[in-house]
Write a protein that binds this ligand. Structure first.
Ligand SMILES: [Zn+2]
Length: 517
């Protein structure tokens, strides 16, 4: 547990250092300093719900206060919310089902199951299984796997990814839509009133092997905890189903598995019940802890209470498995100390200007790494309503980077926000390289996507790919550092490109803050 610190946490010494640096430091010096401090070993990799949360929150709030922003959350810099961590095990060795024949789904070879409910036992008696294709209800693509089938109280079996993975003429082809993400499958099954949802694993369609599903869900499944409902309004069971488990269910039902899979990939597929039933009994251990988003606000002069949200997750992976050098601290310098530094610099630059038109919210969400939970909580409990939030400008892993002729934008083509980036890049003598290949689902994997789900405009800015000095290729390639202890700050980092990207986001924010669109 964290918590006694809220309200009494600023140490005068660190605040004074910050004040002096803020007055005298160049933009690059500030960017460097914030990145260096927030990724220092002292911050222990900034894992939520550890003592390092306290330290990170104090530092961020201190910087916002010294700059002269207002606390965003009813006079507080912090927005607390609770997280539940769940470990579930079957009461027996697996799950028996019976139809025409009997079968046992073994745990965790055939199926991995957990829950997000605060309960000590899962006890679904004689649960019925329904095969719902991709489990997608997408009116804009004329596709509804839940059409004409009652799944209330039943367990739905759904395929990962979307129809475009198998047929380039459907959906957006290999460019996976959000309907393909496993998180969507659970959300939709819950909306349909199902008791459970098991996602059928497929290595190519998921882009990772079965071991990833097992390792990711054997213990400590995280979710946002609602103390009023104790999450009793959520699915009873969530899980992944191995292809062998899926085949076992079809064998027990006396049905043709290949025919079903082929039919489900074509338009007009009708979901059907499997005519197998079985108890799902599990013992559950859970733990509830509090974490916090951090936020400051710069009030605008009007614009009907509208706001722009600048966003940079503060959390990273903490202290964990040692790398080959014995380093155990996952510092998260690029991911996402650099993003926080960028957001802080934009806040400072706005503070140095006359009052903006729209309100500017500077949001530092918790628990991004474990599933975008802090931003999801914020979007359900925003300080300015989502309908009045005109854009989200997210800073994710922006440093280091060399100067480039271009800047890469993911997720363009969805709104007129693209024009703001094109204009801001042109003013820097650069051009926007719109990258619409989202086959790896990257566009859905940072905080801005929770805003997009609520209808707020957002794109992802990535470092450019065309260095001005061609003798200096990308010095910090992502596969080398991504989610590893070696994601550490170095004084020789080239932040010139990072700074120009921050300036670009700042000028997009400046136009948005004063324009009517
Ligand atoms: Zn990140």
């Amino acid at each position: 547990m964290v918590l006694a610190f809220v309200g009494m946490m600023l140490t005068t010494a660190s605040a004074q250092i910050a004040r002096e640096q803020l007055q005298t430091g160049s933009d690059e010096q500030l960017l460097r300093e914030w990145t260096r401090v927030l990724s220092d070993d002292e911050f222990g990799g900034r894992k939520p719900m550890t003592p390092y949360e306290n330290k990170t929150l104090s530092y961020l709030a201190g910087q916002l206060e010294v700059m002269g922003l207002e606390p965003a959350f009813n006079g507080s810099w912090f927005q607390p919310f609770e997280m539940i961590s769940v470990t579930a095990r079957p009461a027996g060795s697996g799950f028996s089902v019976s139809g025409k024949k009997k079968a046992v789904l073994r745990y965790p070879d055939d199926v991995i199951i957990w829950t997000s409910r605060a309960t000590e036992k899962i006890d679904l008696k004689k649960a019925e299984y329904v095969f719902c294709g991709f489990g997608i209800n997408a009116p804009e693509y004329g596709w509804n796997d839940y059409d004409g089938i009652d799944v209330k109280g039943k367990i739905v079996l759904v395929m990962v990814n979307d129809p475009g993975f198998y047929d380039s003429g459907l959906f957006r082809g290999r460019n996976m839509t959000y309907y393909g993400r496993w998180t969507y499958k659970f959300e939709e099954a819950q909306r349909q009133g199902a008791a459970g949802c098991l996602v059928l694993h497929h290595t190519a369609a998921a882009s990772y092997g079965w071991h990833v599903c097992v390792n990711g869900h054997l213990s400590d499944n995280l979710g946002i905890y609602n103390p009023e409902t104790r999450n009793a309004d959520e699915l009873v069971v969530r899980g992944w189903l191995h292809e062998n488990g899926f085949k076992k269910l079809f064998l027990a039902a006396g049905m043709d598995v290949d025919k079903a899979l082929a039919a489900a990939k074509r338009p007009g597929f009708k979901s059907f019940a499997l005519n197998v039933k079985g108890d799902v009994k599990m013992n559950v251990a859970y733990d509830i802890q509090k974490t916090h988003n951090v936020g400051g606000i710069l009030r605008g002069s009007g614009r009907d209470g509208e706001a722009i949200v600048f966003c940079a997750h503060w959390d990273h992976l903490g202290i964990g498995k040692p790398d080959e050098h014995g380093d155990t601290i996952y510092n998260g310098a690029a991911d996402n100390a650099s993003g926080m530094a960028g957001a802080l610099l934009v806040a400072k630059k706005f503070k140095d200007l006359p009052q903006p038109g729209r309100d500017l919210v500077f949001l530092f969400p918790s628990s991004e790494e474990s599933g975008l939970f802090g931003s999801a909580y914020y979007c359900d409990h925003p300080v300015v309503p989502m309908a009045k939030t005109v854009a989200c400008l997210n800073f994710e892993s922006i440093g280091p980077a060399e100067l480039t002729r271009d800047v890469v934008i993911l997720g363009g083509g969805a709104s007129d926000i693209d024009n703001y980036y094109v204009a801001a890049a042109a003013a820097q003598g650069r051009h926007v390289n719109f990258d619409n290949d989202n086959s790896d689902g990257w566009f859905y994997r940072s905080d801005h996507y929770n805003f997009v789900k609520k209808g707020v405009r957002a794109v992802v800015l990535e470092n450019g790919r065309l260095p001005i000095d061609v003798s200096k290729p990308n010095q910090y390639p992502m596969p080398v550092w991504y989610h590893k202890p070696c994601d550490e700050y170095h004084d020789d980092w080239d932040l010139s490109g990072t700074l120009s990207n921050v300036n670009l986001i700042f000028s997009v924010g400046l136009s948005l803050s004063n324009n009517v669109n």
